[in-house]
Design a protein. Structure first.
Lengths: 115, 114
């Protein structure tokens, strides 16, 4: 079956513009995570969804970052007024249930470059 | 708080040599530990995980890791390196009650030379 997909694979934007990154999780996976991978900060957690709710948003770096999930499926990460420090690879992962024993499956990521 | 430290950002081995990638963790509650591999321009793939069932965990591609509570370590090993093992490896920790978000180490880039 299909894995986690993300779009676009690459995004180049100008400083100050808004961007939307999309994640399509594996069908039936109720848990969804966003992570960010950058040279300076490594791999860091951003936000967690269980269904359409986000009980843990503790990793969002500023109020310019927001995310939503609809229909318990697709999730969109929005970055407003992008800054150069937002340049990174944004990874999405989904999990069948919320238990720690179940594997998180990662998508290929979206590489964001802010000029 | 939970954290992971990977010793050595770059490791280089000869083909056929032992691979040893080091990971130490800090956790105030029983941890679940993972090793992920990332090949160039690809997402993360799970190699193996420790979930308290057994301290020696075998994963894919001949990798294994041993959980040592007394040393707070979860080092990754492979007896004989292949060229195809060249990638970046991440150790990660999670725990019950924290929504199971993964906390990653900084990663170790493994180079395998002929």
């Amino acid at each position: 079956g299909a894995g986690v997909s993300q779009s676009p694979s690459n995004k180049v934007t100008e400083k100050g513009k808004d961007v939307e990154l999309r994640c399509d999780p594996i069908s039936g996976h109720t848990a969804l995570y966003w992570y960010r991978q950058s040279l300076g900060q490594g791999l860091e957690f951003l936000i967690y969804f269980q269904g359409n709710s986000a009980p843990d948003k503790s990793g969002l770096p500023s109020d310019r970052f927001s995310a939503e999930r609809t229909g318990g499926s697709v999730s969109t990460l929005t970055i407003q007024r992008t800054q150069q420090e937002d340049s990174a690879v944004y990874l999405c992962a989904s999990r069948y249930d919320s238990g720690p024993l179940s594997e998180q499956f990662f998508g290929p990521g979206t590489r964001l470059t802010v000029l | 708080a939970q954290s992971v430290t990977q010793l050595g950002s770059h490791v280089s081995v000869s083909e056929g040599a032992l691979v040893l990638l080091r990971c130490n963790y800090s956790s105030s509650v029983p941890p679940y530990l993972f090793w992920y591999v990332q090949y160039p321009n690809q997402g993360l793939q799970l190699l193996l995980k420790y979930t308290s069932a057994a301290t020696l965990v075998k994963g894919i591609n001949g990798f294994e890791a041993e959980f040592k509570k007394s040393e707070t370590s979860f080092h990754l090993t492979k007896p004989s390196a292949h060229m195809s093992d060249a990638a970046e490896y991440f150790c990660a920790v999670t725990f019950s009650g924290g929504y199971n978000k993964l906390i990653f180490g900084a990663g170790t880039r493994l180079a395998v030379h002929p």
